[in-house]
Design a protein around this ligand. Structure first.
Ligand code: SF4
Length: 584
């Protein structure tokens, strides 16, 4: 009997990490308990906390000497909450120590808790080094989609720009800062070599980063200065290339990368390039950040979100963090793979022009997804009038790409498809085209005595898509796409996704995934359906507690131990179970 009760109790504690007596019962009123249960803390405690990937975290600890599992759950939960609440580390520590919301959400005792900055940073590093945030994002999303029965058949896709916590430098300042940081390291580790560089160079980079080259005002003096810095950089690179104690330092590598990003060496002459690529380093403190020509330096995230109007909440199903230079077109296959892996592929995906290249439409089809969006326009197609005849008006066999007949119903003299180039050359009879009323708007071109149409499968498909874009059916279907813009701005406003508190790829990606997971939690918490789920889970917990408690009383009676004597300190809490039940 006692073994059975002990096993039951142990199993219960393992599965839900809940105390036999609810520690919040003396602190919360029925009203405040209801507020916590109905808000995100309730969802976090009763739905999300058990999803924290403690296995991935615990692998990093010694199995014998490691911390208890409960702490791993609460620490992983704290890191997730910290990101979606956009807290600093100090704010997260305060919340963990004193905030009853957080104690409730993390299933902690409602008393002050000690947590050092060092411990918090250790867990953050662990998350960043092991890509754990991504696991959290996918686990949380999958569970919320399942619980809320979210329809994933229609989704929309977009990207949004993210600034990391780095200063934005112009080229001259960037090159100067790279030299300054290398010289700082050099002085620290090899003062003799530093002094041998000469006073002119040392003095040039002596001011602090904020005041470096502050007296250079006009364009001409800036060009001269930039040339001087480029020559200093090349001189330093050559001087220390063969000295591994210096050339293996990150400051040397940054100096080298920035030099070749911005300068070229032509027959011993150093030339500063007119333009540097978008992939060049933008700040030595965030070497991974790249540049987007329209949006600026930093990172971006590809976001796919459900958009079925029957859903109680629209959730983000996929997030792919990238640096800013990546194009939306090339990101599409990665999004499809991610959705496939999480088994959240939609039937239809709405996206803007940058995603909807013909290659991506074909790739989506291979995944059983219809990619809906405007076909990209370029060159001649940009000015093309959709009311004029185009390749879509010809009757073409889609398997062979051969033209069967023209818009006026005439058969071609020949239509030959080249397997190697994929192009089809169709020759129309001069006798019909020469006298045709549509010859000026028809895509056939007169070449000598022949009327020729050249096309490939891609042009045919794009022509068809452009026609469809002008229909009411397409507009009606496509109008749901714009809703993702409000998700992007909501993410930035609510979770601070627009400008992060961190820099460097691991930290930035970690923050992005946790903020997006948090966004899904906040959205789910706003649904009536989720509130019902949380209340049901609380009721279930109360029933289990009552059952275990009664079983213990029965066992105590059997050995003639006074239940009151042994359980009296918490006897009063039996009464509170019914209050919890009522609140639930
Ligand atoms: S111009 Fe020639 S190919 Fe074009 S519609 Fe007229 S007959 Fe047909």
């Amino acid at each position: 009997m006692y073994q059975w009760i002990g096993a039951l109790y142990a199993q219960y504690r393992r599965s839900k990490q809940t105390r036999l007596f609810d520690p919040f019962s003396d602190i919360l009123t029925e009203k405040t308990r209801k507020r916590l249960m109905d808000g995100w803390p309730g969802v976090f405690r009763h739905v999300i906390l058990e999803l924290m990937p403690v296995d991935a975290v615990s692998k990093q600890f010694d199995p014998a000497m490691g911390r208890p599992t409960k702490e791993l759950y609460s620490m992983a939960g704290l890191l997730l909450i910290k990101e979606f609440m956009n807290w600093t580390k100090a704010e997260a520590l305060d919340a963990y120590s004193f905030n009853i919301n957080i104690h409730y959400a993390l299933n902690l005792e409602p008393v002050a808790h000690d947590l050092s900055m060092r411990s918090l940073e250790r867990y953050i590093n662990l998350f960043e080094d092991n890509d754990i945030a991504r696991i959290v994002m996918s686990e949380v999303t999958a569970e919320l989609v399942k619980l809320l029965d979210i329809k994933i058949d229609k989704q929309r896709l977009d990207s949004t720009h993210i600034f990391s916590d780095m200063a934005s430098f112009g080229r001259t300042r960037l090159m100067g800062v790279a030299v300054k940081r290398f010289l700082t390291q050099l002085r620290r580790h090899d003062e003799r070599s530093y002094k041998e560089l000469g006073e002119a160079m040392i003095n040039r980079y002596a001011p602090g980063v904020g005041r470096l080259f502050a007296d250079t005002k006009d364009d001409n003096s800036r060009i001269v200065l930039r040339q001087t810095i480029a020559e200093d950089m090349y001189c330093l690179l050559k001087l220390f290339a063969a000295r591994p104690q210096h050339s293996s330092r990150s400051t040397y590598k940054a100096l080298e990368r920035i030099f070749y990003d911005h300068c070229e060496v032509h027959e011993k002459a150093i030339v500063v390039k007119e333009y540097s690529g978008c992939n060049s380093m933008l700040n030595t403190s965030d070497p991974d950040a790249t540049y987007d020509g329209h949006k600026g330096p930093g990172y971006q995230v590809q976001i796919a979100e459900t958009c079925n109007s029957e859903n109680p909440a629209q959730l983000i199903t996929s997030a792919i963090a990238q640096t800013a230079v990546e194009s939306d077109t090339t990101a599409f296959p990665t999004v499809m793979d991610d959705l496939k892996e999480s088994e959240l592929l939609p039937d239809a995906m709405l996206a803007d022009t940058s995603y909807c290249s013909d290659d991506n439409v074909q790739l989506a089809q291979d995944h059983g997804v219809e990619l809906i969006g405007p076909a990209p326009k370029s060159g001649t197609t940009r000015s093309q009038d959709n009311d004029k005849l185009n390749i879509d008006d010809f009757d073409i066999d889609e398997n062979t790409e051969k033209v069967l007949c023209c818009p006026a119903g005439h058969k071609p003299l020949s239509s030959v498809n080249s397997k190697s180039s994929g192009k089809t050359k169709t020759v129309m009879p001069q006798s019909v085209c020469g006298r045709c009323d549509f010859v000026n708007e028809c895509p056939v071109r007169k070449n000598g005595s022949e009327y020729i149409l050249r096309h490939n499968a891609k042009q045919r498909r794009n022509a068809r898509r452009r026609r469809e874009e002008n229909t009411d059916g397409f507009r009606q279907q496509y109008r749901m796409r714009s809703g993702i813009e409000s998700t992007n701005s909501g993410l930035k406003r609510r979770t601070g996704l627009g400008r992060l508190r961190v820099r460097g790829r691991p930290a930035v990606f970690n923050a992005i995934y946790l903020k997006i997971a948090g966004w899904n939690i906040l959205r789910a918490a706003a649904c009536a359906k989720m509130r019902k789920i949380v209340r049901a889970r609380v009721r279930q917990t109360v029933c289990r507690l009552n059952f275990v408690f009664l079983a213990m009383i029965m066992a105590a009676k059997k050995v003639r131990i006074s239940g009151k004597k042994y359980f009296c300190p918490s006897w009063r809490q039996i009464e509170t179970f019914s209050a919890i039940d009522n609140a639930a």
